[in-house]
Design a protein around this ligand. Sequence first.
Ligand code: R5P
Length: 311
Amino acid sequence: MKIMSGNANLPLARAIAAYLEVPLTDASVRRFADEEIFVEIHENVRGEDVFILQSTSFPANDNLMELLICIDALRRASASRITAVVPYFGYGRQDRKPGPRTPISAKLVANLITEAGADRVLSVDLHAGQIQGFFDIPTDNLYAAPVMAADIQARYGENDLMVVSPDVGGVVRARALAKRLDNAPLAIVDKRRERPGESEVMNIIGDVKGRNCILIDDIIDSGGTLCNAAEALLAAGAKSVAAYITHGVLSGGAVARIDGSCMKELVITDTIMPTDAARDSAKVRVLTIAPLVGEAVRRIADESSVSSLFD
Ligand code: R5P
């Protein structure tokens, strides 16, 4: 087995390699003066089972292109199997046509990864499970919920917990987390989005009075969804609000928005390398998913069950 990495999240790649006790493959992913990407693999990968790690996070297009070129280099170097390990699958939110004459970019990205030469894909909390069907190669979609549940249990115990989905689309994810927390009760924020990038809370379904609310979502981008939801929950009588989010996209002034919000804390994972602002924030905490991804990689290499990781 070989583990290679693009530049999107080297600390995570190193942590996964350390978990597997395998050195990162010696390769360079560089830029020419005009920003074209050049990849060179400095060791033999012929006949190897290679895992290429790269989240397609900001800058999404550069990181995606790096991933595609790395896959191409591995294919031309005769790797026997190439698994694209994409902990954060960018473009995942463009998974359907929201209106006429719009693209389904998640499908296009799936096609690009497949056409470049990937044999399989491993990701974490895809925005929608159906994205797996955009690939005609095997995919494994891991869940950060066990990592989050362990942290919530250590921090809050069972103290008046309530799991909250910040929108109707996230109910399945929230229910799965609630199940892991001894069937904690569930509430739903009925979010209406008038324009892309802006959210407005309309209603809370469930009695959150006196509860320590745990908001769960796959992505925090501008932070608008969560901050609005947190305000609405406190206004409805919640005791406290914290959020557990798999992918900390945290664009623009998101961290400042979280810092100034009524939220107790924001817990993200390291599928995306945390920005300096996120690292410096007193309200943002990062959980690592390196052991989870590392174990999934090991099981894929051993041809053993990945789903049993979540039993
Ligand atoms: C939307 O369906 C996603 O699950 C997130 O709720 C959304 O991407 C968060 O975006 P923002 O932080 O900009 O409100």
